[in-house]
Design a protein around this ligand. Structure first.
Ligand code: DX5
Ligand code: ZN
Length: 223
């Protein structure tokens, strides 16, 4: 099964002072998802976007959301956010006591449930949850900050994950990669089997060109 290749610009890297215009640009470029990083200062050493930001973005555009919850003990917390059918929500396996419960609560709202894995987390944690997920978010840097360097072994991790999903009959489960998705790394990630690409300072918001130019370049890299 060949999954559609999709781009999710990371809004934490956008210019907040002109976010409305930025969303129009992303719409005109046919962007598939808006990646929204939620950090709680506990699970990761930083704070970023939150519930009110999501509400405003939801009201301003019809581009589906890709909420990345980097928060401790996420059980019950997806209910704080405005999302629904067609959106993606990922929770970190390292942060959950009852992973299936939180994944089911996301699916119950019509959204796609994803499990996020830190770079050091082995794929074996997925063994018992494959029927419960629509996608796996593979962190290719340790979460918390934009502008970090790729952890190289995560490329092989994506390759092994794609093989594992296909072998076990979960070819429909998507693989998203997040962290230093540069134009060059995106090509390698795509070849390894990822199909959703989070574009931050390394690509969509690379300062050398406009958002449109960067998106066009990233599209070419992932095809
Ligand atoms: C954290 C974020 C970052 C970031 C990606 O989950 O999603 O990984 O925005 O952008 P760069 O390209 O700066 O790593
Ligand atoms: Zn993210």
């Amino acid at each position: 099964m060949s999954l559609q290749k999709k781009i999710a610009p990371s809004l934490m890297c956008a210019d907040f002072l002109r976010l409305g215009e930025e969303l129009k640009v992303l719409e005109s470029c046919g962007i598939e998802y808006l990646h929204v990083d939620v950090m709680d200062g506990v699970f990761v050493p930083n704070y970023t976007l939150g519930t009110d930001f999501v509400k405003k973005v939801r009201a301003a555009t019809s581009i589906p959301l890709d909420l990345h919850l980097m928060i401790s003990d996420p059980e019950g917390k997806p209910d704080w956010f405005d999302f629904g059918e067609g959106d993606y929500v990922s929770v970190h396996v390292e942060a959950c006591r009852h992973l299936q419960r939180v994944l089911a609560s996301i699916r119950a709202r019509g959204a796609k449930a994803m499990v996020a894995l830190n770079p050091a987390t082995p794929l074996s944690v997925l063994d018992e949850v494959l029927p419960d997920v629509d996608g796996v978010l593979v962190m290719t840097v340790n979460p918390g900050f934009a502008g970090q360097k790729l952890i190289p072994q995560t490329l092989d991790k994506i390759r092994r994950l794609r093989a594992l999903l296909d072998q076990r009959g979960y070819g429909h489960v998507e693989i998203e990669c997040d962290g230093n998705v540069s134009f060059d790394n995106a090509r390698l990630m795509s070849d390894a089997g990822a199909n959703i690409f989070v574009g931050g300072t390394s690509s969509v918001y690379h300062r050398d060109a406009s958002t449109e130019e960067n998106i066009n370049k990233l599209r070419i890299a992932i095809q």
